[in-house]
Design a protein around this ligand. Structure first.
Ligand code: P6P
Length: 323
């Protein structure tokens, strides 16, 4: 089975981009190891501080963030970094060609209960005229991403990525410390009978989303005409990986708990990379009214309403929001 680096050298013509992806993969091996050790490494539990999102940081949030920040800043080709765990962008090498955005440990509320979490990354071209610490350099729509992917720390540690020519999955063989190619040109089913949403927020959604989910629950007797199953892991990386594997639709819509915010999830380092992967696999990423990859960001921590998955089901959600 082909090793990640060999695959990238055959598949991608941008040697600088290969270096960045390879470095993320290398760093992820240390993160995977610490997650597997858990309590034995003393890395579980709260870090006793909040991040820019006002969320309680876990120790592993901070550790994963520092490993990625330090490891990427060491690359001459990196001009700047932006992280869910960092209030401001981090300027790196003035002559660098790439910007990397990441959620170092998405779903970290699952860490203490030993449920799957992940690292999400997005790579942009660095504008020559802007400093790598200047937020404006990062404010590019998702369709401009050069590459995107995630590392899923589950029963297996998987790296799933795209450089714009299909989606590929690699499994970490921890005996040799290598990511080995497992799945090529992943395609997501256009239809589905499985949805993922946090139902406890039902009363806070817009009527259009309430109507759509009510019709999902009506199954064969309803206008959607089939029985649906539901999943909710509370870890976006796990949900998206399931959808890439067997279809489905993942939703985190606007809700009235924080009416001034368009949604809970972050555009730049959650919705954009996952939407690029999904669209490269034949699926769709929508805010429920427009393509996520077309949204013009106003800040690196912008939030967005998210509907991502099987193309026909995402289109159905959009239809409910047109009416
Ligand atoms: P809730 C994790 O905190 C996260 O950002 C996503 O990974 C996940 O899909 C969502 O939030 C879970 O949110 O409200 O169900 O805890």
């Amino acid at each position: 089975m082909q090793r990640l680096r060999n695959f990238l050298q055959q598949h991608c013509s941008d040697n600088g981009l290969i270096e960045v992806i390879d470095q993320i993969a290398t760093i992820s091996k240390d993160i995977a190891h610490l997650i597997q050790l858990g309590d034995l490494a003393g890395v579980l539990g709260s870090a006793g501080q909040e991040n820019v999102q006002g969320e309680n940081q876990k120790k592993l949030d901070v550790i994963a963030n520092d490993l990625l920040k330090d490891g990427l800043a060491a690359l001459p080709s990196i001009k700047g970094l932006a992280s869910e765990e960092e209030t401001l962008p981090v300027g790196c090498n003035p002559d660098g060609r790439y910007l990397v955005l990441f959620d170092p440990l998405d779903g970290s509320s699952n860490i203490d209960i030993n449920v799957t979490v992940g690292t999400i990354f997005s790579i942009l071209a660095a504008p020559a005229e802007l400093d790598g610490g200047d937020e404006r350099a990062f404010l590019q729509p998702g369709k401009q991403q050069l590459a995107a992917g995630y590392v899923l720390y589950g029963p297996s540690t998987l790296l799933v990525l795209t450089t714009g020519n299909g989606v590929f999955s690699f499994t970490l063989d921890s005996r040799v410390g290598e990511y080995l190619l497992q799945r090529e040109n992943i395609r997501v089913d256009t239809k589905t009978a499985e949805f993922a949403i946090n139902m406890s927020n039902q009363r806070f959604w817009k009527p259009a989303m309430q109507n759509y989910v009510a019709d999902l629950l009506r199954g064969e007797e309803g206008p959607l005409g089939k029985r649906y199953n539901m999943r909710w892991v509370a870890s976006m990386v796990a949900e998206i990986h399931r959808i890439l594997t067997r279809g489905g639709v993942f939703m985190y819509p606007w809700d009235s708990r924080e009416p001034k915010k368009p949604g809970k999830l972050r555009l730049m380092y959650e919705a954009n990379p996952m939407s690029l992967l999904m669209e490269q696999a034949g699926g769709k990423g929508s805010t429920s009214t427009e393509s996520i990859l077309s949204v013009q960001p106003l800040g690196i921590h912008d939030r967005v309403s998210v509907v991502i998955g099987s193309a026909e089901e995402v289109a159905t959600v959009e239809r409910y929001h047109e009416a």
